[in-house]
Design a protein around this ligand. Structure first.
Ligand SMILES: Nc1ncnc2c1ncn2[C@@H]1O[C@H](COP(=O)(O)OP(=O)(O)OP(=O)(O)O)[C@@H](O)[C@H]1O
Ligand SMILES: [Mg+2]
Length: 286
């Protein structure tokens, strides 16, 4: 089974028709969906028939209870601590692109992770945000030792811009070289920000997977093998929230069955396409 460690947040999507003026009212369209890469990957794994577990800290508030009940209803096993206030991300969608405003709330305050969360785990996914701030970073570092001892396949996502600000590029590269993940999965901008050559894998990772929206995904092996895997065209894009997590969940589920990185990438593309057709980080319409 897959264990996902990280954040469970609310993501408020705001579609801005124009750039808002100060001291005025702008009518918007909005939707509330789930945020937090680890929670999204767990939910998407369950939607594909997996039996995942989510590990994190959520608020002891109505929002935290609503979000965790929804994960449970989708078949995710929860190993969560409830304390403080649930975090929120605001995604402002305008003509020029997307702006994210984020408050992780209580998520990073998780300070103890019992090794028992690894029971039956064969894969573990960490959103990089789990490593960037204490006390959670400390708890996660300790858990990594158990992950290694139990030979659980490790997958790391990111680093997104917030992670790079909070953590830095050098500590991220050091983490990967020490933790030796099965794969690091990141997008083109995140890979570019590392300052590596375009086709350079990240040292320590068996595979580096670089997605790039509708452009081909690069699959870079530690052995120097580089493959460019084309992305099938999608007929409808309803909303792109959670699309990167859709790719990750598809990739992990396929790897779990023994597929190689190339076949897992195809599976990632297929699940990401389903997520693009739905509102929010889901592949189904319920
Ligand atoms: N415009 C698109 N057309 C077809 N597929 C897409 C498109 N955008 C994203 N995808 C699919 O989603 C995958 C991940 O996309 P992308 O590289 O944009 O991830 P990301 O930037 O990490 O996303 P997120 O904003 O969720 O973090 C792609 O490899 C592809 O399979
Ligand atoms: Mg992403």
């Amino acid at each position: 089974m897959l264990v996902c460690v990280g954040d469970l947040l609310e993501n408020i999507l705001v579609v801005l028709p124009t750039v808002p003026n100060q001291n005025s009212v702008t009518k918007i369209r909005s939707a509330r969906v789930r945020g937090g890469s680890a929670a999204n990957v767990a939910a998407l794994d369950a939607e594909q028939g997996g039996t995942p577990r989510f590990v994190g800290q959520i608020g002891n508030d109505t929002l935290g209870r609503t979000l965790s009940e929804d994960l449970q209803r989708r078949g995710v096993d929860l190993a969560v601590k409830q304390e403080g206030a649930t975090g929120v991300t605001l995604t402002l969608i305008g003509r020029g692109g997307r702006t994210l405003l984020t408050d992780r709330g209580t998520a990073r305050h998780l300070h103890i992770i019992e090794p028992s969360v690894l029971t039956n785990a064969t894969q573990i996914y960490f959103a990089l945000s789990a490593f960037v701030a204490d006390p959670m970073a400390n708890a996660v570092d300790r858990l990594l030792g158990d992950v290694r001892d139990r030979n659980i396949d490790l997958f790391i996502g990111g680093p997104n811009e917030a992670d790079r600000q909070d953590f830095g590029i050098k500590p991220f590269l050091e983490l990967v070289s020490l933790a030796k993940p099965q794969a690091v999965i990141l997008n083109h901008n995140e890979h570019q920000a590392l300052g590596l050559h375009q086709q350079r894998c990240i040292d320590g990772a068996a595979t580096t997977v670089v997605t790039n929206g509708a452009q081909p995904t690069l699959v870079l092996g530690a052995d120097g093998n580089a493959e460019s895997v084309s992305v099938p065209e999608v007929s409808e894009i309803r909303d792109r929230s959670g699309v990167g997590d859709g790719f990750i969940a598809g990739y992990l589920a396929s790897s779990r069955t023994g597929a190689n990185a190339r076949a897992a990438t195809d599976a990632g593309h297929r699940l990401a396409a389903k997520v693009l057709a739905q509102l929010g980080p889901t592949s189904t319409s319920d």
